[in-house]
Design a protein around this ligand. Structure first.
Ligand SMILES: C[S@@+](CC[C@H](N)C(=O)[O-])C[C@H]1O[C@@H](n2cnc3c(N)ncnc32)[C@H](O)[C@@H]1O
Length: 263
């Protein structure tokens, strides 16, 4: 069967990385036949019901065409979870679409445990919870843990655990090799030289701790700002890089998104 997907245009690299992750999650094979900006034509043996589920789970698939006609439209499903609609609003809160993309890139499946070690007000945990994935949120700011709790309860998400602790010492509260997926938006810090150095140090320590608690061959989807060189901080003996993408936000910020797999 051949399908044509119209992907939303913020970042084609990110949309295609998400598409690949979705086919992995559903254990499906596909081949790209044509790719022209945000229009992508694929061939797959998957049945229609599964493709429909995949479209519903996606953040970036806008429309799906079959035999030249619109077959499925995924529009407006994140509106009720936009940051301003959440009872506990914080300026760092991620848009639900991006949070969903991170969850998908982490390849987490229902009933598995996904960890967001910098959970803030909980957007990643909410998107995962809606997909029936169990979640653990960590944040060293007790106020943010309270924000997450408030927001998770508002969207009636169950099966979550929140811990007020440090993402560079995850082993203190989590068992080694116990987590099935990590999806997170790292702290952005301030732009002075000293704080950039501290931020790089924080990222480096987090990557080591995250590797300890993640199961072997599982994925971490990580978003971070362009002014930190995360690939340089990533130990190649611990992680294999699966995909890289970026998303322009404004003149002073481009977000980078990397997917790492524990070796
Ligand atoms: C970019 S925000 C995350 C926003 C979140 N994705 C959301 O949508 O609400 C980063 C979070 O990391 C937390 N944080 C910073 N350093 C930390 C550390 N060492 N351990 C745990 N949390 C930390 C901050 O308190 C902040 O809530």
């Amino acid at each position: 069967m051949q399908y044509v997907f119209k992907l939303s245009g913020e970042s084609f690299g990110l949309a295609v990385a998400e598409l690949r992750a979705l086919f992995d999650i559903f254990n499906l094979k596909f081949k790209i036949i044509e790719h022209d900006k945000n229009i992508i034509k694929i061939k797959t043996n998957a049945n229609k019901k599964i493709i429909l589920k995949l479209c519903e789970r996606s953040a970036f698939i806008k429309k799906t065409y079959l035999d030249g006609k619109i077959w499925a439209v995924s529009k407006g499903r994140f509106l009720e979870r936009e940051p301003q609609k959440k009872p506990a609003f914080h300026p760092t809160t991620l848009k639900p679409k991006l949070a969903r993309a991170l969850v998908n890139l982490s390849r987490a499946k229902p009933k598995e445990i996904l960890l967001d070690p910098f959970c803030g007000a909980g957007s990643v945990l909410i998107e995962a919870g809606i997909l029936k994935i169990k979640t653990i949120g960590v944040d060293f700011d007790a106020n943010m843990i309270a924000f997450s709790k408030n927001n998770l309860n508002f969207y009636k998400v169950k099966n979550y655990k929140l811990t007020n602790s440090d993402a560079t010492q995850l082993e203190k509260t989590l068992k080694p090799n116990s987590i099935s997926a990590i999806a997170t938006d790292l702290p952005y810090g301030r732009s002075s030289r000293a704080s950039l150095k501290n931020l790089a140090h924080l990222y480096e320590k987090f990557l080591i701790s995250a590797n300890n608690v993640l199961k072997k061959r599982k994925f971490a989807a990580i978003m971070y700002p362009h002014y930190i060189n995360l690939p340089k901080l990533t130990n190649k003996k611990l992680w294999k890089t699966i995909s890289k993408a970026e998303l322009y936000v404004h003149g002073g910020l481009t977000r980078k998104i990397v997917v790492l797999r524990k070796i």
